[in-house]
Ligand binder design. Structure first.
Ligand SMILES: [Zn+2]
Ligand SMILES: [Zn+2]
Length: 276
């Protein structure tokens, strides 16, 4: 059993890389893929720990991209060699743009009379502060009653405190992963069904033309019936199958490490063997 989609506290998960590796060993996983958002710091930290623990570690990333103005998550797996330095420096630019956006969002919220500082936001977000940390701060300081309200009133894309950040298009992100020697896989396709009003079938045809190579069939948010449907689509377009829980620790406590399909299915080892 394996899990190819997990997050550490180097992005929005709550487990440190060491704790995640220990947990993966404890539940008997044979391989673990760390796919933090837009950075590889968690994977880098986990490499020696996993080696020591005798756990196979898969180098991954989850990129936030835009397709027709809406968000699409793209996974990249570096199965045969680490990504080229050029790819890492491109990730660095994404991090810089996130930091710059955060500074501008603090200014905007201060304009509404909120006494918050960038240092307070960054203290809550460690290496990768983002909107969830703004939300926590707004609740702490009494500017919003709940995290949900903070998003609805200030932080959502349509809300008055929102400031855009630089995000690559899906096509650019696929190209970057391919050029860096990686395998691009469309993450949790179920979310596209909800956010984009087009058929997944038609979208996948377009994504394949962009160079997409795989589809995340196993995922915690997929029902068994949806997963079957996605498997048929993967076959139709000659896409490889990837899978993971999308474990975030205490950030998303309902998601169990090593499980997919709403907790009904494990992810078999052969998924990784086929990818390779
Ligand atoms: Zn995602
Ligand atoms: Zn994820």
């Amino acid at each position: 059993m394996i899990d190819l989609h997990t997050h550490t506290d180097e992005s929005d998960g709550s487990y440190s890389p060491a704790r995640l590796v220990a947990e993966a060993k404890a539940i008997g996983l044979e391989a673990l893929g760390i796919c933090d958002h837009d950075n590889m710091a968690g994977y880098d930290l986990a490499v020696p720990i996993a080696r020591e623990a005798g756990l196979e570690l898969v180098c991954g990333i989850e990129l936030s991209t835009k397709y027709r103005g809406k968000s699409v998550h793209l996974l990249g797996y570096f199965l045969h060699q680490p990504p080229a330095p050029e790819f890492r420096s491109w990730l660095g630019q994404m991090q810089d743009s996130r930091r710059d956006r955060n500074r501008r969002m603090v200014e905007r919220l201060r304009g509404f009379g909120m006494e918050i500082t960038i240092a307070e936001v960054e203290a809550r977000g460690r290496r990768q502060a983002g909107r969830p940390h703004f939300a926590a701060l707004l609740v702490e300081k009494g500017y919003a009653a709940t995290v949900q309200q903070a998003f609805d009133e200030y932080l959502d894309e349509a809300a008055r405190g929102y400031v855009q950040r630089l995000e690559p298009t899906l096509e650019e992100a696929i190209g970057r992963i391919l050029k860096a020697g990686g395998l691009p896989s469309l993450a949790h396709p179920v979310r596209l069904l909800n956010s984009h009003r087009a058929s997944l079938d038609a979208m996948l045809r377009e994504f394949c033309d962009m160079g997409l190579k795989a589809l995340e069939v196993y995922h915690y948010d997929h029902s068994p019936a949806q997963a079957d449907e996605f498997r048929v689509l993967a076959d139709r377009y000659g896409l490889a199958v990837t899978g993971g829980s999308d474990f975030h620790g205490d950030t998303k406590p309902s998601v169990r490490l090593g499980w997919s399909q709403q907790g009904t299915q494990r992810i078999p080892r052969e998924v990784l063997d086929r990818l390779r």
